[in-house]
Design a protein around this ligand. Structure first.
Ligand code: IMP
Ligand code: MG
Length: 422
């Protein structure tokens, strides 16, 4: 399979979890490189639904090595709960999971600050997952963060945490929020530290040993291109680099060792949280929600939905260097009579073929649509390209052509078997 970076080409929730699970079959090592437990990757396997937040989706296949890389922010208490939950479902997690020593930690004060900043913003809120991701990356950039390597050193951890709790309690009090108890946080985090210690290692060395052995490495992205802190719809973004470059910094794997970039996108568009979404459409949202689809895996929030936005995915293809595309949720459009694809934006008399950086302009942009005839029949049993209705094939080809990359996978349902490889 070679070394592959997988990214979301839209606003997250493109169905990356399932595609990662499919691609993992050919990989030896699967790595998370950014984000934290704001992510929610859903994988359906033999009637069981697994939702992964921090643990790489590769864990669902035995014998694969899974790595939480240096670019991730780890809530250790959340990670322990996730590991225990997966074990209860019969998933083996022992010497197949590795956590980077230099990954930064998420603390309860990060979550509190996340919630406070959102409430201060009122109607201008970002709509974060309130997992403390922004404040944790903020501490990392300010060089005041604590890392996994500190957590497993009890003496050092105690001193560092005391100072951090003192500092943050001052901020929380000033915001009118309740201060935290050092004792309670310390006890919970030290317990998590003891639990996680056997998993903690120098993952950069581990990954380079894997490269030397000739292992195939899959770098699994979380969130999506337009939630990238640099390239997304700032400030309505997450706090990490969700695009392909972030996978290299977040793992320590150099760019020239990457062989392929796979972009995952839905056959339509969704977004959870605030910020511009040019193709947003209430009818599509109602249709998908009535089908029981498009509710957030982490927060349960109904996702905003719209037509496929080819301006956005073309931009994503450019930034990430997408070679191959995986299109998911094709079956979500099975009942639609006329399907639209956004091929350009219009702001008054100005036409855009790319995503404008000015968030106010993007907020005003109206989509220019091309129309496609719907296939109006179920695709969920198709297993081969030829078994798809001709109209569905033309639609998929149009998505790939407009995005500017090679169509490699089409997904027609949540199951592993509901995957068409081209
Ligand atoms: P945060 O990452 O929790 O700070 O949230 C910032 C923005 O990113 C919000 O709009 C969230 O809804 C969005 N977001 C964060 N993680 C995910 C994800 O895994 N899928 C989709 N949206 C996400
Ligand atoms: Mg998700």
């Amino acid at each position: 399979m070679a070394n592959t970076i997988l990214v979301g080409a839209q606003w997250g929730d493109e169905g990356k979890g399932k595609i990662i699970d499919v691609l993992t079959e050919q990989a030896d090592v699967v790595v998370r490189t950014q984000g934290g437990n704001n992510a929610g990757h859903t994988v359906h396997l033999k009637g069981q639904k697994y939702i992964l937040h921090l643990v790489p989706s590769g864990i669902l296949r035995r014998k694969k090595l899974c790595v939480i890389g240096n670019g991730v922010v780890v809530d250790p208490v959340g990670l322990v709960e996730e590991i225990e939950g997966l074990r209860e479902l019969g998933i083996r997690i022992d010497d197949n999971l590795f956590v980077s020593e230099t990954a930064h930690l998420v603390f309860p004060y990060h979550r509190e600050l996340d919630a406070q900043r959102e409430s201060v913003k009122g109607k201008n809120k970002i709509g974060t997952t309130k997992r403390g991701i922004g404040p944790a990356y903020g501490d990392k950039a300010a060089r005041t963060g604590l890392r996994v390597i500190d957590l497993i050193n009890p003496e050092r951890f105690k001193g560092l945490l005391e100072a951090k709790i003192r500092e943050n309690n001052g901020i929380l009090r000033a915001l009118g929020a309740k201060p935290l108890s050092f004792k309670a946080v310390h006890a919970a985090y030290r317990a998590a530290g003891d639990f996680l210690k056997p998993f903690v290692t120098n993952t950069v060395i581990l990954l380079h040993q894997a490269l030397e052995r000739g292992d195939d490495i899959l770098l699994e992205g979380a969130q999506g291109t337009f939630l990238d802190i640099d390239h997304g719809t700032y400030p309505f973004v997450t706090s990490s680099n969700t695009t392909a470059g972030g996978a290299c910094t977040g793992s320590g794997i150099p760019p020239h060792r990457i062989d392929r970039v796979v972009g995952v996108m839905k056959a339509y568009t969704t977004r959870v949280g605030e910020g511009p979404l040019p193709t947003e459409n209430a009818e599509i949202a109602d249709m998908l929600h009535a089908m029981g689809r498009e509710f957030g895996a982490t927060t349960g929030r109904p996702r905003r939905c719209g037509w496929f936005d080819a301006v956005a995915t073309r931009h994503a293809s450019m930034i990430n260097g997408i070679d191959d595309l995986a299109v998911t949720n094709l079956d979500g459009l099975d009942s639609v009579g006329t399907i639209k694809i956004c091929i350009a934006y219009r702001d008054g008399s100005r036409r855009y073929d790319y995503v404008p950086n000015d968030i106010e302009v993007l907020g005003r942009c109206e989509p220019v649509f091309a129309e496609f005839a719907g296939w109006q029949t179920s695709t969920s049993d198709a297993r081969h390209w030829k078994e798809l209705p001709a109209k569905a094939r033309s639609y998929l080809k149009a998505l790939a052509d407009l995005t500017g990359a090679n169509l490699a996978i089409a997904s027609v349902g949540p199951g592993r078997e509901q995957t068409i490889c081209l």
